[in-house]
Design a protein around this ligand. Structure first.
Ligand SMILES: Nc1ncnc2c1ncn2[C@@H]1O[C@H](COP(=O)(O)OP(=O)(O)OP(=O)(O)O)[C@@H](O)[C@H]1O
Ligand SMILES: Nc1nc2c(ncn2[C@@H]2O[C@H](COP(=O)(O)O)[C@@H](O)[C@H]2O)c(=O)[nH]1
Length: 192
């Protein structure tokens, strides 16, 4: 199980999209959120979009591996597809914020934790602004959170810098990490 995290706007989705495009054979888990859907997002591909009360029902029914409030909305990882993939011996990729990574680390410390870093906070600001998804308020909230998230780097096993215009390089590094992990004499075993 690979857990990919990093500040908002660093390029996690862009990197994952490139990994899928390159045909990297992992089960990419679609997570759930109460955030409003953005133009170009597709239900079931980018997220499962829920009303708050329906998301709370998922929590009450214990259907989420972890959940967190991130920038004023709820986000959570559905338990069933993760268990199904692991049961079938498949590799799983989960994208979460730093709180989510900490929760997964408590329940599955043997997962592989990768933190995607921006080359600088200025570049992070530029990426998030140019994405045109945020209001001035939510942009500020996300950028203000970034230094606190960077301070949690110690919790992770690997860092990967997503250099400007070099998504392929980030994908290659993540791919190399996964390849190396698969060559371990004592493989990491996850029991969820
Ligand atoms: N290496 C890169 N160089 C330049 N721009 C990039 C790079 N990687 C991603 N981007 C751009 O930065 C913006 C943010 O990327 P993306 O949405 O993938 O970030 P994210 O980490 O998934 O954000 P969030 O956590 O908010 O979902 C997008 O417009 C994306 O195209
Ligand atoms: N703890 C969790 N965080 C998640 C999950 N799915 C996504 N995320 C993270 O939320 C922020 C904001 O995402 P955005 O799509 O609104 O820009 C980002 O860091 C995501 O990685 C989850 O299931 N749990």
């Amino acid at each position: 199980m690979v857990v990919l995290s990093g500040p908002s706007g660093v390029g996690k989705d862009a990197v994952l999209a490139r990994m899928k495009h390159q045909g990297l054979s992992l089960d990419y888990i679609t997570t759930a959120t109460t955030r409003p859907i953005r133009p170009k997002e597709i239900e079931g591909r980018d997220y499962y979009f829920y009303k708050k009360e329906d998301f709370r029902a998922l929590i009450d029914q214990d259907e989420l591996l972890e959940w967190a409030e991130v920038y004023g909305n709820y986000y959570g990882v559905p338990k069933a597809p993760v268990r199904e993939s692991l049961k079938n011996g498949r590799d799983v990729m989960v994208k979460v914020d730093v709180q989510g990574a900490a929760s997964i680390k408590r329940m599955a410390p043997e997962a592989i934790f990768i933190f995607l870093l921006p080359p600088s906070l200025e570049e992070l600001n530029k990426r998030l602004s140019h994405r045109l998804t945020e209001s001035p308020e939510t942009l500020k909230r996300r950028l203000d959170t970034a230094p606190k998230e960077l301070a949690e780097l110690q919790m992770f096993d690997y860092f990967v810098v997503n250099e400007e215009g070099r998504i392929d390089q980030a994908v290659d590094t993540i791919s190399a990490i996964i390849t190396a992990e698969k060559a371990r004499i004592h493989p990491r075993r996850i029991d969820l």
